[in-house]
Design a protein around this ligand. Structure first.
Ligand SMILES: Cc1ncc(COP(=O)(O)O)c(C=O)c1O
Length: 503
């Protein structure tokens, strides 16, 4: 029981006790803590004392409040006084648009995937064993057998109607209420992004991106002849709206390309209040928002987003936290273009993605008809058949559990093997861990040394056009946790220590 003392208020004693329980793993990350009422009974304190303690823990980053659901453990290392766990600094890119380079390094990173003996801790490609391969095989066989004519024919843009209907229903999990007719099926997520960018920009235009951002964004911009302005980004809450507003007041930005939920590489989630602010800002400055939500279904929180029902136009729902709400949920005039795919959750090789292009719908369809024509019919039929059977949510639940326990295991191993000056991100979802190496250690050098040991990582410099993230690296946690990973992390830790000693 807690006791009243003069030197520490009751709520603080309770908060301290709970943060100790979280740190020692009694309440693991992603799990729900007892309700305010239950905790009040357990600890013999008033409901308002518990509310105050939970509020304090939320402010400090230990807990995450999910409306109508309760409080969940957000971090097992919160508080600013921890030695080796993130609070990483907000990035500070130079405020000048730049041309893009780095494609050779990207080819180098991707080339490593072609070497079977190499352990992939780099590219965020989920390990085959985490995907429902046998089930997909059965559906490929089924549709090839019973729907051969459809499989061998075009599925004209905007794509398979049954699949679009299923996607429209699934989008409600992200609080996006759209119709099948608002959706275009694409050849993966990058194709969806390309179609949207082509429909909404012209070569020479300036777009803004998060910094750091998925290197594919920078490459795509280069291929489309777009200039890029990198906007500072907070590792926990995403792109800085203050910096964006300043940039919007100075530069003729056409659109912002971002990942609001579980960004790559930060794993950041933009809180609902900021999501709404961002959409309002886009309206004020009349820019488009291009949202890549490819990791949206890969929350590390144990409960999936609640199913909300509705129909017709995209409708705004209040009161959901950012992990459950796509930016598109707040779109009222079609300026948010939403893109995603099944590459991270089912199969990258089937190449099925989709977009909800809002006011650029006609432009996207036109682009598709005159470039790729349509997405692959066999893949569309297969995923439609798979989703229809209703096993996808069960698969996602299992996948989320694996990833979320992997994240804790990776973090613990990194703390054990890497020098104590290393900072590790606290993503709430997705497949990435973003790591800040000790001062002076170059992840570019580490990349080459690791490659000699058959370990693939992605150096931080790929995530920006500048060299600002040379000290960072990204790890892929979407693979089985086994001795090979442990040994690889131990080897990486040893290499980092050696590099640090040379500084
Ligand atoms: C943020 C992001 N968008 C898009 C992609 C690629 O998606 P797809 O394979 O569906 O084109 C990736 C892959 O790593 C990614 O991380």
């Amino acid at each position: 029981m807690l006791e009243r003392t003069l030197d520490k208020p009751l709520y603080q004693q309770l908060a301290d006790a709970l943060s100790n329980d979280i740190r020692s793993g009694i309440y693991p990350v992603g799990h729900k803590v007892p309700s305010v009422r239950k905790m009040s009974g357990l600890r013999g304190v008033s409901i308002s004392t518990v509310s105050q303690a939970y509020g304090w823990l939320e402010d400090q980053g230990w807990l995450l409040a999910r409306p109508q659901s309760g409080y969940y453990v957000r971090s097992s290392h919160a508080g600013m006084d921890q030695v080796n766990v993130i609070r990483m600094p907000v990035s500070s890119p130079e405020a000048i648009p730049s041309a893009v380079t780095k494609s050779e390094l990207i080819s180098d990173v991707l080339d490593q995937l072609n070497h079977p003996g190499r352990i992939n801790l780099g590219a965020t490609i989920p390990h085959a064993s985490l995907m429902p391969q046998r089930q997909l095989q059965q559906h490929i066989q089924k549709v090839s057998r019973y729907q051969l004519s459809e499989v061998l024919a075009y599925q004209f843009s905007p794509g398979h109607i049954g699949l679009r209907q299923q996607l429209a229903i699934r989008m409600r999990d992200a609080s996006v209420f759209c119709d099948a007719d608002d959706i275009v099926i694409s050849h993966g997520c990058v194709d969806a992004l390309t179609l949207c960018l082509r429909a909404s920009t012209h070569p020479g235009d300036l777009i803004a991106v998060e910094s750091p951002c998925y290197y594919g964004f920078l490459q795509l911009a280069e291929l489309l002849g777009l200039k890029v302005l990198e906007i500072p980004t907070d590792p926990a809450t995403g792109v800085s709206l203050e910096a964006l507003e300043l940039a919007l007041s100075q530069w003729p930005i056409k659109l912002l390309l971002l990942t609001a939920r579980f960004s790559n590489p930060h794993g950041a989630v933009m809180p609902v209040a900021r999501q709404k602010q961002l959409v309002a800002m886009a309206r004020r400055y009349d820019i488009d928002l291009l949202e890549d939500d490819i990791y949206g279904e890969l929350s590390h929180l144990t409960q999936s987003a609640s199913h909300k029902h509705g129909s017709g136009q995209v409708t705004a729902i209040t009161g959901l936290d950012g992990a459950c709400t796509a930016l598109k949920a707040w779109d009222t005039d079609g300026r948010v273009m939403y893109c995603s795919s099944f590459s991270k959750t089912l199969s990258a090789g089937l190449r099925i993605g989709w977009c909800i292009p809002g006011r650029h719908f006609d432009g996207v369809v036109r682009q598709q008809i005159f470039t790729t024509f349509s997405a692959c019919s066999l893949s569309q039929e297969t995923i439609h058949s798979y989703l229809q059977q209703g096993h996808y949510d069960r698969h996602l639940r299992k996948l989320r559990q694996t990833i979320s326990s992997n994240r804790v295991r990776f973090q613990n191993a990194l703390q054990q093997f890497f020098p104590p000056q290393t900072l590790i991100s606290q993503p709430l979802g997705g497949y990435c861990l973003w790591i800040q190496l000790p001062d002076g250690v170059s992840s570019g050098l580490l990349f080459h040394l690791a490659r000699e040991q058959s370990i693939s990582i992605v150096p931080g410099s790929l995530f920006s056009n500048s060299e600002r993230f040379e000290q960072y690296l990204r790890l892929n946690i979407a693979r089985p946790w086994d001795d090979t990973v442990i040994q690889a992390l131990e080897t990486l830790g040893r290499l980092v220590t050696q590099l640090m000693q040379k500084v």
